[in-house]
Design a protein around this ligand. Structure first.
Ligand code: ZN
Ligand code: ZN
Length: 280
């Protein structure tokens, strides 16, 4: 069965994620390690780490994904921000690894006043500060607007320039892809994405898909997630996107809006219905 899950809220403890995942009957999940809008990151106790690993095992949740917090900016023009970002990145990645996570997903942002080479240098330095990891690998996510991660050629170029033993894949977010100008609501847009990608890289570089509809039209450059089927990509777009053969085994994580507890269930049901159709 294809891995399908949601970004789960951890509230006060990372162990809280499991109840939500069980209720949603997911076989994979994504979390933040702490509030993504603060620099402070609590130290987890040994017992919490052990319980997390045990619950993840008994619930057979694969892969386990950690999303980087939003403040991390490895290419800021402010050296203080860069230093704090490198420190927090390392803390988060090591913690994700201690929890046995498979992937740590990060957006690299952009800096209009920096050339690509300088950007790549700064990102490489940050990643080099992380020693060997056991299970966890870092994934670079595509973004809605950026000279380094929005278009497929830019994303692949960036990956090729910053990849290391521990930075070894990318995450494709459908909302970001759409906002960046790949109109995957239409067959031609899907074909354009596919062609562009396979000309530059192998599909097995993609380790994760963030499945989100878009509140804004194709090419808007604006990152606003919408419920699956309710945005500009639409159910038909997702049907065609999920049909891409070379990507049919890649885990799916929803990061759709959550105003009520029913929202995740509704979105998961739409995706499950599409997957059922594709399998039959
Ligand atoms: Zn995403
Ligand atoms: Zn987004």
């Amino acid at each position: 069965m294809r891995a399908l899950g949601v970004h789960t809220s951890i509230k006060n403890s990372i162990l809280n994620a499991f109840e939500e995942i069980n209720n949603l009957q997911c076989n994979t999940f994504q979390i933040f390690l702490h509030s993504p809008r603060v620099w402070q990151i609590p130290e987890f106790e040994r017992e919490t780490i052990d319980n997390f690993r045990r619950l993840r095992q008994t619930n057979a949740l694969n892969p386990c994904i950690v999303h980087a917090s939003y403040l991390i900016n490895l290419i800021s023009s402010n050296p203080k921000t860069i230093n704090s970002s490198r420190f927090l990145l390392k803390r988060e990645v090591l913690m994700a690894d201690a929890l046995g996570a498979d992937y740590y997903v990060i957006h690299l942002k952009d800096n209009a006043s920096m050339q690509k080479e300088e950007i790549f240098d700064k990102v490489r330095i940050a990643f080099k500060k992380i020693e060997k990891l056991e299970t966890c690998r870092i994934l670079i996510e595509n973004t809605a607007k950026s000279k380094i991660t929005a278009s497929i050629p830019d994303l692949v170029e960036t990956f090729n320039n910053v990849s290391t033993e521990i930075v070894d894949g990318i995450c494709i977010d459908t909302c970001h892809l759409f906002a960046a100008g790949y109109d995957i609501s239409k067959k031609e847009g899907i074909l354009a994405f596919k062609k562009e990608f396979e000309n530059l890289a192998d599909f097995d570089l993609i380790k994760l898909i963030h499945l989100n509809d878009s509140k804004t039209p194709a090419g808007s450059g604006i990152d606003r997630h919408e419920h699956i089927g309710k945005g500009y990509i639409g159910t038909k777009g997702f049907e065609s996107f999920l049909k891409i053969k070379q990507m049919s085994y890649i885990p799916l994580i929803l990061e759709t809006p959550k105003k009520s507890p029913q929202d995740d269930i509704k979105n998961l049901n739409v995706v499950r219905e599409i997957l059922r159709k594709l399998e039959s």
